[in-house]
Each structure stands twice: as structure tokens, then as C-alpha cells.
Design a protein around this ligand. Structure first.
Ligand SMILES: Nc1nc2c(ncn2[C@@H]2O[C@H](COP(=O)(O)OP(=O)(O)OP(=O)(O)O)[C@@H](O)[C@H]2O)c(=O)[nH]1
Ligand SMILES: [Mg+2]
Length: 188
């Protein structure tokens, strides 16, 4: 996969701080620790443009990236982090919902789901939310390198209940060409 030219612009405390230049956006959504930052880094050719950590819940802001000088990636705060205070959690959910519902330049959502745990209740809720609002999305099954081939195939089959699925790995690069293709088609 050829690397994308991705640069980190800033962290925003809420969607109202995103740019107003009308460039298209693709958002990267998913549970806390699912691999959002790792995916962005791998798409950037392995450069550490996004912060990654073993501690879930570290990305509490919307992180904004410029891609190819022509569109943006918006890395959403991970949802479902049980150890965040209740009040914080509700706030994150509120931002995410508001952004997904109302953001005009948003062209599509890459929903990251751990390949080992397809169809968890809060991911299904997200899928329902996107479907109801007619937002184009794709499910990227992350950490696919952690599953043997047969297990990955059955997980991907199950995940099809969520929508169109691409198994990916930020470790091996699996599926990233296909994901990139979806992103370019969706911003176009
Ligand atoms: N084996 C493997 N590990 C991965 C992969 N992607 C992410 N990880 C690991 O999973 C952990 C979380 O990855 P992050 O990219 O920080 O996840 P995130 O969704 O950005 O997390 P928050 O921003 O904290 O919600 C890190 O320890 C990563 O190294 C992958 O494709 N394969
Ligand atoms: Mg992150």
C-alpha cells in the first residue's frame, strides 16, 4: 500500500471547533482501544502522526488530520470506555451523536470493530444510528492479525450483519488498500 500524506492538525474539544472550509471529512469511529490511532498511523506509512497507547480512553478529543491536502480524517473519541466517569461518557456520546447527525462535510464513517468481537451491543447501536441517518459507512475489522484464517473468516461472516466489512490489520497492512479505495470513492 502506498502511504497517504497525513498530517495531524489539532485536537478539538467538540465538533464546533472543526474547520469551516467545506473540505470533505471521513470519520474514524469505534470503541475505545479498537485501533483508531494505529490505523491512521499505518495509513500514513507507519509514521507516528497519531498518538497510540495501551491505555484505553486516551483520545478524549476529536483529532483532526489533513489527508493529501484535500480532505480530513476526524478521529472520534472512543466510546464504551467503562472506566471514564459517567458524566464524561455521556458527553462523548453526545458529541459523537451530534457530529454524526449534523456535520455537513462528513462523507462517510469508517467504523472500527475488533475482529475478535463483532456485533457488540454498542457497535450495533452505532450501526443502527448510521443506517437511520443514511450515513455511508464501512466496518473495518481491526487487529485481524490476531485471528487464525478460519476464525477470521467466521468473524467476518458474522460481522456482515453490521454492514459492508473489510478485515484490516495495522500490524500487517492487511485490507488497507481496499479501505483506502473506499475512502477515496466516498470523498469523491
Ligand atoms: N496486533 C494488533 N494490535 C493492534 C492493531 N491495531 C491496534 N493495536 C493495538 O491496540 C492498542 C490500541 O490501539 P490504538 O490505536 O491506540 O487504539 P485507539 O482506538 O486509538 O484507542 P483510544 O484512542 O484510546 O480510544 C495498542 O496497543 C495497539 O498497538 C492491529 O492491527 N494489530
Ligand atoms: Mg486513539
Amino acid at each position: 500500500m502506498s502511504a497517504l500524506d497525513i498530517s495531524f492538525l489539532r485536537s478539538c474539544p467538540g465538533p464546533e471547533h472543526l474547520p469551516g472550509d467545506g473540505r470533505p471529512e471521513i470519520c474514524i469511529a469505534g470503541r475505545s482501544n479498537v485501533g483508531k490511532s494505529s490505523l491512521i498511523n499505518r495509513l500514513a506509512g507507519g509514521r507516528a502522526v497519531a498518538r497510540t497507547s495501551a491505555r484505553p480512553g486516551c483520545t478524549q478529543y476529536l483529532n483532526l488530520y489533513s489527508v493529501q491536502d484535500s480532505f480530513y480524517f476526524v478521529d472520534l473519541p472512543g466510546y464504551g470506555y467503562a472506566r471514564a466517569p459517567e458524566r464524561e461518557r455521556t458527553k462523548w456520546t453526545g458529541w459523537i451523536a451530534l457530529y454524526l447527525m449534523e456535520r455537513h462535510p462528513l462523507r462517510g464513517v469508517v467504523l472500527l470493530v475488533d475482529a475478535r468481537h463483532p456485533c457488540l451491543p454498542n457497535d450495533m447501536e452505532m450501526v443502527e444510528f448510521l443506517r437511520e441517518r443514511g450515513r455511508p459507512y464501512i466496518v473495518a475489522l481491526t487487529k485481524s492479525d490476531k485471528l487464525a484464517r478460519g476464525k477470521l473468516a467466521s468473524s467476518a461472516r458474522k460481522a456482515q450483519d453490521m454492514g459492508p466489512v473489510i478485515p484490516v490489520s495495522s500490524m500487517t497492512g492487511m485490507g488497507l488498500d481496499q479501505l483506502k479505495k473506499w475512502v477515496f470513492q466516498t470523498v469523491d
